[in-house]
Write a protein that binds this ligand. Sequence first.
Ligand code: S3P
Length: 426
Amino acid sequence: MIQKFENINSIKGELFLRGDKSISHRVVMFAAMADGISVIRNCSSSEDVRSTINCFEKLGCKFEITDDQIKVIGKGFKGFTKPNSELYAGNSGTTARLISGILSAQNFESVITGDESLSQRPMKRIVEPLRLMSADISVNKNGTLPIIIKPSLIKSIIYKLQIASAQVKSAMILCAIHLDEESVFIEETQTRNHTEKLLNLKTEITNEGIKIYVSKNNYPKPFELTIPADISSAAFFTVLGLLTKNSELIIRNVLLNETRTGVINILQQMGGKIEIENEREEKGEKVGGIRVYSSKLKNVSIPKTIIPNIIDEIPILSVAGIFAEGNFRINNAKELRVKESDRIKSLCNNFRKAGLTVDEFDDGFELSGNVSNAETIFESYDDHRIAMAFGVLSMIMKNGGSVNDFECVRISNPQFVEQVNSLCNY
Ligand code: S3P
């Protein structure tokens, strides 16, 4: 489906977004693992989280989904039952990778598959470290799906994480949580820490990095939780508010965990007028309102250490960058090449279409020149964050623009167009 966006003068209003996708995946998994009934409110309505729910239904869990909550009847320690077919993770890397850690500790065989995009994404990054814990896990010769997991006697580990990836870290934690003996994971560059927080893991900052301790003592118990709004979805509206004139927008109850707020910090450094309101802690996570005003931006240098924190927001950050003084440049972001699409390529191709001069590097890109006024049709590359980033750019372009295959936004935010319409004064 091709989605057309008109140029927007200004946005005004208030947004309540659905729960953070990273947290929603984990909360669904932990409720499924717990022995008894858990209640989840404001769960992400994304197709990715639906993929996680589908997999756990196949493993014997029951989900009662209503408009305002999800009731999960969890199976308890090693209580999952052998699925009668493959577990289909759809487009979701988080589903495929995290569930692999859990399944490595079960005493039945399972097979994980996914859609065309997920089937091209690297899985060796979880297979190799899980094998060090004696998991019997394999992938095809290209290092991609399907993942086949057979029962084995897993063992604890002390392991320095080799890639700055919360998915790899979480897969290992979720395997280790099935063992009496403690495992220790050492993380040099911090990545999102929702798994650690939700499971109440002991962590320690040392000279070697952050040490994370996990054993069966941390196995999840039934809980009730309201998930804060998704900061990655909020980033698209934040940039739209900054770039349109006379705009003022408040996004309520957003997750403000420091491993995720890099995008807000960078936009503020760029001169973005963004205020955090009513900041508070809710069940271990920082939450607050993000108030955004139209602003004049300038580009800043983006340090290597912040890349894992902003990895999902680079598409929309680069859209902000093209309207900022100076050139937008990003490096050290090679991971973008193995996301839902090769995001460096997807971004560079679309920015060229918009009339910009693009310098593409192996690990990033630099943008210069001005956006053309010609009405442009962008490609989503079936990647939700590319689709939304160029939806925002289209709304800033003088004659508007369109995005092909826009329906892929269902992967993280099916309500995107509705939410834009609720804020717009054309
Ligand atoms: C995620 C971690 C990140 C991120 C992805 C969600 C998570 O991936 O890009 O969208 O929920 O753990 P990596 O861990 O592969 O960097």
